[in-house]
Write a protein that binds this ligand. Sequence first.
Ligand SMILES: *Cc1c(COP(=O)(O)O)cnc(C)c1O
Length: 376
Amino acid sequence: MSAPRSIPVLRPLLPHADRLLPYLRRIDATRTYSNWGPLVDELERRLETHFGLPMHGVVSAASGTAALVGAVLGIAGRAGRQRPLALIPAYTFAATALAVEQCGYRPYLVDVDPRTWQLDPARLLNQSGLNRVGLVVPVAPFGRPVPHDHWIGFRHRTGIPVAIDGGASFEGASDESRRFLGEIPTAFSFHATKSFATGEGGCVTTTDAGTSKRITQALNFGFFEIRDCQSPSTNGKMSEYHAAVGLAELEGWTEKRAALRSVAESYRARLSTAGLADRFIGAPDVAGCYALFHGADAAEAARAQESLDRSHVEYRLWYGKGLLSQSYFSDLEHDALDVTNEMAPRIIGLPVAPDLSAEAIDAVVSALCGGVAQRR
Ligand SMILES: *Cc1c(COP(=O)(O)O)cnc(C)c1O
């Protein structure tokens, strides 16, 4: 007998080949494959309409990480000697720290707010050593978008540049773009695992035309209009092929988003029947690509994981136990990280797919009940 098939933690579903073909034929016809060609241009303009942003309010990028590098270089440049530090949350994906490091900053880890899981701008105003800080990167954890105006205030008060790692917050930012998008550049990831996906890809949003130009330049060898490298930069451009996927993804976006939302509703309904409603965090509170089990404490979360293992249900601690627990980042400077340390082991990513079956959701929920019930 073969081993029981496991339920994968994430099974992305991107547009099928037939949906891509009309766009690929356009690439054949124009023989333009990159460098802000017609498909990238169309995707950017459509995303501007989608978000309600002005012309050039969206700059596409090769990945979310590249988008963040472009945003940082565009507003703050590389780190200088006087202000070598970048404040970032301890609870985020490795890419946040890697992107600021690529721009020459030394990441300094700050704890997150227990309610929002984000950096708290009011608290950061009283952070000691701000005179050595050249950059702050608030993160949208699990796609919970970052409110813009608090950070505008922080920037005015301190003069410190802010770039937002919007990660997976495409849905939240779409729904309330006035609240979540503005002048401060916000980087989005379109990685295959994110709700809105192009395979690899991303974009930066900003309402400021000068910032948009500098980010575009930072993602294209420091060139802008002329072939002269004028600024610290990288190659972080999106190709026409990825834009093709993005355009097809936009066509089917309403349905995909609804499918992810209904997966969250199914989890919610079943966990509620099981008396575990308060342990679930899903869309629309977080992005639809995440369905999170929030253990009452670390012990309950550990029992839930053992039970998921026994039932062949895959799960993932998407941000591990925080950045400091990643080998490469283990000696970063940091504040006290009580919230991150207490919270990270309790947040378990459950299986998600736009077409996740009712049976699969039942299997996940009964595994969780098995794990949690042991103590009751
Ligand atoms: C996905 C993600 C990234 C990285 O994006 P890539 O497109 O994989 O480079 C960075 N930060 C956050 C918060 C993310 O969720």
